[in-house]
Structure formats: C-alpha cells, structure tokens
Design a protein around this ligand. Structure first.
Ligand SMILES: O=P(O)(O)OC[C@H]1O[C@H](O[C@H]2O[C@H](CO)[C@@H](O)[C@H](O)[C@H]2O)[C@H](O)[C@@H](O)[C@@H]1O
Length: 307
C-alpha cells in the first residue's frame, strides 16, 4: 500500500464501530470519490465515519461544525412541532464548542423555532442560520429582515390556489414569516397529494418571485437568493476555519454538500455526512460519508468532540 491510499477492500466494509458504546454508527455504501487511476481509494477523501473522525479530529479546535436540524439531529415527524433533537445532541454540540469549534445549525426552519424545538440556546456560542440563511440567531439575538411584501401576497393567495386543485384536506401550510411551506405528510398518500398541488403552487410561487423547492413531504416557497451553500460560505468568511463539516439529509442540503466540495477544491479540509433514514437518495449519493439515522449523526459528533 502506498502513501495516501487504502486497499479497495476498505470501501466494502459494511459497518464499523468507533464509539465508546461499541455501537455501530455508520456504514459505507462504497466510495463516491477519491478513487485514483490505479483503482484504489484516496484517503484524502474519507468515505466512512471512522476515517472521517480520524481526518477531522486534528482540526477540531478551529473547525466549523455545521449541521441541518430536521432529519439530521431530529428524526422526521408528521407534525413539525413534534421535532426534537435526539438525546445527546446538546451535550455533543456543547462539547464541540468547548473544544474550540464553531458550531452552527443551518436550517430551513426559522431560527427561533429551531432554537426552541432543539433547546439550542443551551449551547454556548452556537450560531443558527435560519430560513436557508435569510436570518441568523446567536446568543439570543436574531438578525432577520422585515417580512417582504411578496410573502404577504403569497399568504393571501395560497389558500385559494390549494382550494382550486382541490388539495387533499390534510395538506396544510406552515408559515415561517419569510417563507411558506406546503406540507403533505399528514395525507394518506403524501406523494400523490404533493403531485396534485405541485403545478399550481409552483406557478403561483414563481409569479410572486419565490423559488419553489421540493423537500421531504413538502413543497417550499422560498425567498430567492438563499440556500445552505450561501449560509456556509458566510460562516466560513466570518470565522475562517481550519476544517469544515456539514451533516444533512434532504434535497435542501444538496447546496451545502456542493459547498463542501468547493471548499475542498480551495484547499480547505471539508467533509459532508448524509443521514440515510430520511430516504433521500440524492442526499445519500452526494455526501462523502453516510450514517444511518439521527442517533448515529449525534454519535459521530459526540465522538468528534472526544480527545
Ligand atoms: O433544513 P432543515 O432543518 O432540515 O429544515 C427543513 C424543513 O424541515 C421541516 O420539514 C421537515 O421536517 C418535518 C418534521 O420532521 C416534516 O414533517 C417535513 O415533512 C419535513 O420536510 C420544516 O417543517 C420546514 O419548514 C423546513 O424547511
């Protein structure tokens, strides 16, 4: 074996243990990159949690550790109000800040809601980039724009658009003030319910200047110009880190995963982790490393905070 490479068999290990409990926290589904011309895997791009921890640990004191909330720290729920971070989340994030890392939650939620649901105000110094980076919460202070007129217009017109379809009666609208989200998870057939509303809701959103993005059981109408790549870019610019980690699970996390690749191309050690439980194949395929569920994501963060 030459420097920088591992034997190909390394890619096909099915599980690993690195945690104090000995519980497996991740699995490999083969490598998505870093394969050299000789067919061996370049260790510069770890593709399982153990290799990721080994690569990232030396950087923790000056790292930027960023994570999504729903589906990543908190298992998906039918009702978004029921979302809670899995046990150990606050302890893991706090331990990372104590090691010197900057910890940020980068979420589609509005910042105040995710702080409340996640109990994130218990984590010293944590930054929350809410509504895909349109707002920032830190140390109890929220920086957020005024409600745009377009959101008022959308709020007025969306109910009639849904009534005209007519949408499944279990379809409902979450109002995040800076954006609206049409939820279908309460419908008997969420996929069919979303398919039925997609065209008229997209037409209305685009007419009013919104970006329309599908998510897990939802259709989001977002203010243009915000995504998780931009949010991470600003965090990196504000506090230049020695390494960056991002954990996510859904389509809204794809720009963050792409930003991780861009950082790496600029020479910043950076890695992404996808949570498989949300069953979004695009996210699983785009990340460097996969973990099975939110518990495993938090176990990874816990392990990262340990010496
Ligand atoms: O960026 P995130 O932290 O993942 O937030 C994205 C959206 O999360 C919420 O919706 C998702 O989670 C809900 C609760 O588990 C689930 O019911 C829904 O189907 C998921 O899409 C939230 O309600 C949205 O506002 C966020 O944009």
């Amino acid at each position: 074996m030459s420097d920088g490479y591992l034997d190909l068999n390394w890619r096909f290990r099915e599980s690993w243990t690195d945690m104090p409990t000995g519980r497996p926290v991740g699995s490999t589904i083969g490598s998505r990159g870093g394969i050299g011309e000789d067919g061996r895997v370049n260790t510069a791009l770890p593709d399982d949690p153990a290799a990721l921890l080994a690569a990232l640990r030396p950087h923790v004191a000056h790292a930027l550790v960023t994570t999504d909330f729903d589906g990543t720290l908190a298992p998906l729920q039918v009702d978004p109000e029921d979302s809670r971070a899995v046990p150990g989340t606050i302890e893991a994030l706090t331990a990372l800040t104590r090691r010197g890392a900057t910890v940020a939650v980068v979420t589609g939620r509005d910042a105040r809601t995710v702080v409340r649901l996640g109990g994130l105000d218990a984590v010293p110094g944590i930054v929350v980039a809410g509504v895909y980076g349109a707002e920032t919460w830190c140390a109890g202070e929220l920086l957020t724009p005024d409600t745009p007129a377009a959101v008022e217009a959308l709020r007025d017109r969306l109910p009639a658009t849904l009534a005209d379809v007519p949408a499944d009666p279990a379809v409902w609208v979450e109002d995040k003030r800076l954006s609206l989200v049409v939820h279908a998870r309460k419908a008997d057939d969420p996929v069919a319910a979303l398919a039925a509303i997609r065209e008229p809701v997209t037409a209305l959103g685009e007419e009013l200047g919104f970006e329309v993005h599908p998510g897990s059981g939802v259709l989001e109408l977002r203010l243009p110009g915000f995504d998780k790549a931009g949010a991470i870019e600003r965090l990196v610019a504000d506090r230049p880190p020695s390494a960056v980690l991002y954990l996510g699970d859904d389509l809204g996390d794809l720009p963050a995963f792409a930003e991780i690749v861009r950082l790496r191309e600029r020479g910043v050690p950076a890695w992404s982790v996808a949570v498989e439980a949300s069953a979004v194949p695009e996210a699983v395929a785009a990340a460097d490393v996969r973990v099975p569920d939110a518990d495993a994501a938090v176990a990874l963060l816990t392990a990262l905070a340990q010496d």
